[in-house]
Design a binder for this molecule. Structure first.
Ligand code: GLN
Length: 198
């Protein structure tokens, strides 16, 4: 049994909870800092990254979230969650949680393509993973330890760096739960290996 939290300050929280639900997973809706200590892994949902950051600051979540990630516990960010995880954001002086060595561009598909769906090949997840893009960011550059796990039209839309996983789309808005199952496997593996051996 693993305990996976969904940060519930803003955004598509309920959808992630539904996707994570499985006999070997206890899903926890995280509204308080104290709840982080009981988790084996954490999901940062999509929504709006500047709003989410404001709420993270308001409820003093920034340092506890960084400490959670630094302890080696897996983190999975979708869309705005991916933006929170990037070290660099185009046009901004600094990242938010700055967990993954990558540069992201917000709202990178422009107005014409505010939202759309596609079936994507995602390494170790599937070759027809349903992806919903909504005012989605793109990963413009990755550092050497970052594995690119999916591309759409030659642009990077999902990546993994050790125990951190991020995608620019919303797997939680589909009935395809494979991306979440993949993250749960990462969480179970990390729990088995222990948090300090990162
Ligand atoms: N465009 C949003 C942002 O910059 C992200 C959109 C989403 O999470 N669907 O935060």
């Amino acid at each position: 049994m693993v305990k996976v939290g969904v940060l519930a300050l803003q955004g598509a929280v309920r959808e992630h909870v539904t996707c994570l639900q499985a006999p070997d997973v206890e899903v926890i809706v995280v509204k308080k800092i104290e709840q982080l200590s009981e988790l084996d892994g954490l999901v940062l949902p999509g929504g709006e990254s500047t709003t989410m950051r404001r709420l993270i600051d308001k409820y003093e979540f920034l340092e506890p979230l960084k400490a959670f990630a630094a302890s080696g516990k897996p983190v999975f960010g979708t869309c705005a969650g991916l933006i929170l995880m990037a070290k660099d954001i185009v046009g901004q002086n600094e990242g938010h949680l700055s967990l993954m060595n990558m540069t992201v561009e917000r709202n990178a598909f422009g107005r014409q393509r505010e939202s759309f769906e596609a079936d994507l090949m995602v390494t170790d997840v599937g070759d027809d993973v349903r992806a919903v893009f909504i005012r989605a960011p793109l990963i413009k550059e990755v550092g050497e330890n970052v594995e690119i796990i999916s591309k759409f039209n030659d642009e990077i839309v999902a990546a993994r760096e050790g125990r951190f996983l991020a995608c620019s789309f919303h797997p939680e808005l589909t009935d395809d739960h494979r991306f979440h199952q993949y993250f749960v496997k990462m969480v179970a593996q990390a729990k088995l290996e222990g948090v300090k051996s990162v």
